[in-house]
Every structure is written in structure tokens, then in C-alpha cells.
Write a protein that binds this ligand. Structure first.
Ligand code: ME8
Length: 667
């Protein structure tokens, strides 16, 4: 085996290629999101990144799936490939190469490899007698079976007895053990490394790598009785992507893979043994790190898997979050990315829970990160005319925290430790929230201490800038939104890892505060909805639809006449809308602050959100029933009612045809 080259300036990362036997789900999304985070991180560090994912299209599992669907394997595969590509795009997974094992280039690479290994006697022809698990596409010996079934998935196995080619894996057992022992990073986490070592020490069998000729798999060259085993075909995808046997220059620049991510199900027999043994036989450097992450269970302790039919669709989870919180879809996607990598250490198993995701949304995103923005940016608008101040002599109060966090995040990501990286970032967020509480910019403003005020708000903005860069690999759309709100997109500044030093924020940039990125949701209500339980009606909590603008839609009665005195009793006044925000977890409700000429604006809950964007309402003059009995609607106090035309839905606001001051009587 040749030595590992250290000098390539590329970063090559791979995901498994997925069987086109079912839709992408939380499990496959996990591997691809994790890979995407590493790819984005290495791009930030200035490396040229090759990030490959794709589809594994040969094998009995796919052929049978196609037959069951009444399609040809090619049509069946083509349809699913589109689903995989769309899913990765929607999950912000920015791969650079999508490989399909049915590509001609790949077919040639696989046949080349087979021919080379055969010519050098690493492959020989013999007889296979044993068992085969179609869902796992795995050859098994009698001794491997668990209660007569597949030890991996527990399903029935099929008996096979046929002529087949074998690869001499056993010849490489000693070299493999040595390589694993000498290279601590080669297989991670450590527990998996030990499992692979134990598996090899237990006696590595030669691997059956062909089967009786099928119409669908790659034919063995010069032997029309045999087809190549789907796993040899699949593993070779990593070589095809790098340009093996087709583009020597590219291959030299890219090989070997820096990180190969996969679930623990496909480490021991395939990526941890067969794969490096084949590479050794081809005299190629081995990947630098094979990282096997844990499984997501379906919430009942069962591994989520396409063939078991218990998979969770990531887009259903995202839709739920959007529905319950009102968050924009692209930020909901980033929330799922955050949840998957924050919830369990990479390497351990996890139990997927939408409720857990909703809780993290409220606690970590709406509260911690959201608060940081929602507290800082308005102060910059209010006290500093919306521009980044000059740091001044007192600035740098968060510099040490920033430097330390950046170091921690770098170390964690180099070690493929997503959870600790996120925890380090969230510690910085907590530190910033504490900093603003301690320094009290509102007091500094009142006391006219402008230099100190500038320093505190500069430090806060600068820390938010660093946080945006640090979270970017995990939550790229959220990072972009924060960047925009800081005014840095308008200033044509890119986020780069070089800008992670404190106090790099340029003064005088105009910030652009936008709507909150993470609207806080009514968690109890969301969890109740999630559990499909009707929320018990509460005395003070009118249902959303029966809110005051549209009146009681259920009665159906025409209103009778009222006396002039009754009409006189109505306190109708003009009001100017000062603020309008959505009530999280509802589709229709807005909470408005309305100036009606009183000392304090009136807070009114109105069912206008389906018709009006909150921003459209700002500054509008409306008519308000000012003496309506106060009510609590969706947990929010409401003092009055805004008049709008439209029986079931608000169609248009009742306003005045000329400018009048807020608080004018309406008669
Ligand atoms: O094995 N939890 O394809 P596959 C976490 N084609 N990750 C999961 C998961 C779960 N519940 N379920 C699936 C194959 N995964 C082969 C790979 S590579 C040369 C050939 C992820 O469609 C995880 O990465 O069965 C796992 O290894 C992979 O999907 C298996 O995907």
C-alpha cells in the first residue's frame, strides 16, 4: 500500500449511496446533513471540497422492489433518484457530485477493478454455499445467523448454492489489523473500531463477490454466467467519483477520502473490512476516517428503516413545525438540521421525537438565539440610529469568549463531533445574553454614557456576526438571514472562517432588523395538537376562529335591531397601528399595538393574519371598538376590536378616507 499523501488541498467526503428501494427518510437525511455540515465547514476553511452522495441501484432488493411496483428496474430507479435529489436540495445539502451506480463510467470502473483483481489472483472462482439476506444484500454463513435469521435486520434469509467468484479478504487481515491499530482516526468512534478489530481477529472469510448472471447487475467481464455482487459495485462508487481509471489528474488531487460517513449497519462487513482490503489489493491509500454514526429509532425503540416501513418523513416534521410555530420553511429545515446534530452525540443511537424538536425550537432557537437578536437589534435602532457603532476604547468585552468558542468549534468539527460544537456555540450565545443583562445598555443610554453604550452594542453585534459564521455549516439559511439583518449582505461581505476573530465588524454599517426568525410557539398547544388531542377549552381562551372580528359564526341568526342608546354605548374610535406581529402557533391571529390617543397604545388581538401581512398594517388608520370587554385570546390579552368588512374572513379594513388623528370618535 502506498503512503498516505498529506499535501492535497482538497477535502473529499462521502455518504453511503442509498438503495433506490424507498424514499429518503430521517435516517438517510441524518447522514447527508452531517456530511453537508462537514463539507460546508471545510469550504469555509478554504479547501476545495468534493462531497459525493448518490444511489445504489443494482442488486436483488431494487430488482424485486421494481417488480413489485410493476416497473422496469431502470424506470423504478429513475423515479426515486429524482426524489433523493429533491430531498437533499430541500434539506440544504449542497453536494458536488451525485453518483448513480447505473452510470456508464461507474460500470466501467467496477469492471476494471474486477478484471485487475482477477488478473492478480486476488479474485478466484469457487462454489458458494450459504445464506443470503436480500434486504441487507449480505452473504451469511450458518454461524452468522441469529435464530436462523439475518443478524443485522432479523429477517428471513435465503439459501444459496452456486458457482461464484471470491475476493481474498483473508489475505489482508493482518495488514488491516495493523492499519487500524496504527491509525487511531481510521475508524471512529472507538467502540466501532474495537468491533471491527474483534470481527477481523475472529477470522476474516474471503468475500463472495459475484452471483449467477442477472439482467440488472453489472456483468463480470468475460464470464457471461456471472454478475458482480452489489456491494463490490457500491463500494467502488467512491473510486469512480474521484476519477479512478478515468481521470488520473483528478484522482491524484482527490484521493483518498478524508471522511466517509455511514450508519453503523454498514461498517463491520463492508466499509471496515471488505472496502479497505480491496483498496489494499489495488495498492491505493485508505480513507483517512470512516465514521459510523448511530441509528435513529422510530420512537418505539425500533430502528427506522425503509424495508420495515417505519420511517419518519423529514418533510412531514418540517411542515408540522411550520404549522405550529409560523416559522418560515427554510428556517424549519435548519431547525431539523440543528435538532438531529444537537440531540445525540454523533456515534450514539437516538430516538426521534417531533415533540423533542418542538421543544428545542422554543428553548434553543426562539429563546436563546432568537432573544439575542431580538434584544440587540432594536437597541441599535433606538439608540444608535440603526448603524453599527465604532467599537471605542471599552470594547472587547466578549473577545475572549469568542476566541475560545472558535477554537472549541474548530476542534470539535475536526473530530466530527457536532454536538459539542453546537453546545460550545450555545454557550457563547448564553454568555452574550448575560453580557447584555449585566451591561444594561438601556441604563447607559439613560445616563448619556455614549462611549460605553457604543462599546457594549458593538461587542454584541460583533459576537452575533461570529455566531452567524459559526452556525452557518449547521444552519445556512438562518446564518444568511442573520447576516442580512446585520446589514452585512448589503455591504457585500461574505462569511468566511478567517473573519472569526473578534472586532472584525466594520462600524457604520446600517442594520436591517427583520421579522423574528424563530417565532416562539405555544408549546403546550403544539404538543397537544401533535398528540392529536383536542386542547380542552379554557374559559379565558377563545378558540382562534371565533375571534372578535368575525363574530360568532356558528349562530347563523341575522342580528336584530338595537336601540339608539345601545348604539350610543359603543365607543368607536380611530386608531393607528404601531406594531403587528403574528401569534405563534396560529394561522390567523395577530397581536397589534394601536395608538388610540391614550397614554399607552391598546393591545388588540385580531384575526387578520390570513388576509394581511403584519407589515402591510403598520401605520394604517383603523376603526376600533374601544369599550369591548377585555378578553384573553390564545393566551394574549386583547382590549378592543378592529372593524373589518367580510363575514367569515376579513376582506378589507374599515379605515378613514382622510387623515385623522388617532383617538377621533367615530359616529
Ligand atoms: O446500505 N438511522 O443503503 P441504505 C440512522 N446501499 N441512519 C440511517 C438509518 C437510521 N435509522 N437508516 C438508514 C445501503 N440510515 C447501501 C450503502 S454504500 C457503498 C452502500 C442511513 O439505503 C445510514 O447512513 O440501506 C445507513 O448506513 C444508510 O442510511 C443505509 O442506506
Amino acid at each position: 500500500m502506498t503512503d498516505q499523501p498529506d499535501d492535497k488541498n482538497s477535502f473529499y467526503i462521502t455518504t453511503p449511496i442509498y438503495y433506490v428501494s424507498g424514499q429518503p427518510h430521517i435516517g438517510s437525511s441524518y447522514t447527508n446533513i452531517a456530511s453537508d455540515v462537514l463539507a460546508r465547514y471545510h469550504r469555509f476553511r478554504g479547501e476545495s471540497v468534493v462531497f459525493a452522495t448518490g444511489t445504489d441501484e443494482h442488486g436483488q432488493k431494487v430488482a424485486r422492489g421494481a417488480a413489485e411496483a410493476g416497473k422496469s428496474p431502470q424506470d423504478f430507479a429513475d423515479a426515486l433518484v429524482g426524489d433523493y435529489k429533491r430531498a437533499w436540495d430541500r434539506l440544504h445539502v449542497k453536494y458536488t457530485r451525485f453518483i448513480r451506480t447505473t452510470e456508464q463510467q461507474h460500470v466501467h470502473v467496477v469492471q476494471d477493478i474486477f478484471a485487475q483483481l482477477l488478473s492478480q489472483d486476488d479474485i478466484y472462482l469457487s462454489e458458494y454455499t450459504g445464506w443470503y439476506c436480500v434486504p441487507c444484500e449480505t452473504y451469511l454463513l450458518e454461524a452468522d445467523l441469529l435464530d436462523g435469521s439475518c443478524p443485522e435486520c432479523g429477517r428471513p434469509v435465503e439459501q444459496v448454492s452456486e458457482r461464484a467468484y471470491f475476493f481474498r479478504t483473508s489475505n489482508y487481515a493482518d495488514d488491516l489489523i495493523r492499519h487500524i491499530e496504527d491509525n487511531e482516526q481510521f475508524i471512529a468512534p472507538e467502540s466501532r473500531r474495537n468491533e471491527v478489530l474483534a470481527f477481523i481477529r475472529n477470522g476474516l472469510q474471503d468475500a463472495c463477490i459475484s452471483r449467477a448472471r442477472t439482467d440488472w447487475d453489472i456483468p463480470v467481464p468475460d464470464d457471461d454466467t456471472q454478475s458482480i455482487y452489489v456491494w463490490l459495485d457500491a463500494l467502488a462508487n467512491y473510486l469512480t467519483v474521484a476519477g479512478f481509471a478515468t481521470d488520473d489528474e483528478q484522482f491524484a488531487a482527490v484521493w483518498p477520502p478524508d471522511v466517509q460517513l455511514m450508519g453503523k449497519d454498514i461498517l463491520i462487513r463492508f466499509h471496515g473490512t471488505l472496502w479497505p482490503a480491496v483498496l489494499m489489493a489495488l495498492d491505493l491509500p485508505l480513507p483517512r476516517c470512516l465514521f459510523a454514526h448511530g441509528w435513529w429509532n422510530d420512537g418505539t425503540g425500533q430502528k427506522m428503516s425503509k424495508s420495515k416501513g417505519n420511517v419518519i418523513d423529514p418533510f412531514e416534521v418540517i411542515d408540522r413545525l411550520v404549522e405550529y410555530s409560523g416559522v418560515r420553511t427554510k428556517f424549519a429545515v435548519d431547525t431539523l438540521r440543528y435538532y438531529l446534530l444537537r440531540e445525540v452525540p454523533f456515534g450514539a443511537d437516538g430516538s426521534f421525537s417531533t415533540a423533542g424538536l418542538l421543544q428545542r425550537f422554543n428553548a434553543d432557537l426562539a429563546n436563546d438565539l432568537g432573544n439575542l437578536l431580538n434584544r440587540t437589534l432594536p437597541l441599535v435602532e433606538r439608540y444608535l440610529g440603526g448603524r453599527v457603532p465604532a467599537p471605542g476604547p471599552g470594547a472587547g468585552g466578549l473577545a475572549e469568549d469568542i476566541t475560545q468558542t472558535v477554537e472549541e468549534v474548530r476542534t470539535c468539527l475536526d473530530e466530527v463531533n457536532f454536538r459539542d460544537a453546537l453546545m460550545a456555540i450555545w454557550e457563547l450565545i448564553a454568555r452574550c445574553n448575560k453580557f447584555i443583562d449585566q451591561r444594561e445598555p438601556w441604563t447607559l443610554h439613560k445616563q448619556g454614557k455614549r462611549v460605553e453604550l457604543d462599546a457594549v452594542l458593538y461587542d454584541m453585534l460583533d459576537a452575533i456576526r461570529v455566531i452567524a459564521i459559526l452556525i452557518d455549516p449547521f444552519m445556512p439559511e438562518v446564518a444568511e438571514e442573520i447576516w442580512q439583518q446585520l446589514g452585512l449582505s448589503d455591504a457585500a461581505l461574505q462569511r468566511t472562517w478567517d473573519d472569526l476573530r473578534p472586532q472584525r465588524l466594520q462600524p457604520a454599517i446600517a442594520i436591517h432588523r427583520g421579522a423574528p426568525i424563530f417565532p416562539r410557539m405555544d408549546l403546550d398547544r403544539a404538543l397537544a395538537k401533535l398528540a392529536n388531542i383536542e386542547t380542552p377549552p379554557q374559559d379565558d381562551d377563545s378558540p382562534e376562529d371565533a375571534q372578535q372580528v368575525t363574530g360568532d359564526e356558528e349562530s347563523g341568526d341575522e342580528p336584530g335591531t338595537i336601540s339608539f342608546a345601545d348604539f350610543q354605548g359603543l365607543d368607536l374610535r380611530t386608531g393607528r397601528i404601531l406594531e403587528a406581529t403574528r401569534i405563534p402557533g396560529t394561522d390567523k391571529l395577530l397581536v397589534l399595538q394601536v395608538d388610540i390617543g391614550e397614554e399607552q397604545p391598546r393591545q388588540v388581538v385580531a384575526g387578520l393574519a390570513a388576509r394581511f401581512n403584519p407589515r402591510q398594517l403598520l401605520g394604517r388608520t383603523v376603526v376600533l371598538v374601544a369599550n369591548l370587554e377585555p378578553a384573553t385570546i390564545h393566551g394574549t390579552e386583547s382590549n378592543g376590536m378592529i372593524l373589518a368588512a367580510g363575514e367569515k374572513e376579513p376582506l378589507a379594513l374599515i379605515t378613514t378616507d382622510d387623515d385623522v388623528e388617532p383617538g377621533e370618535k367615530v359616529r
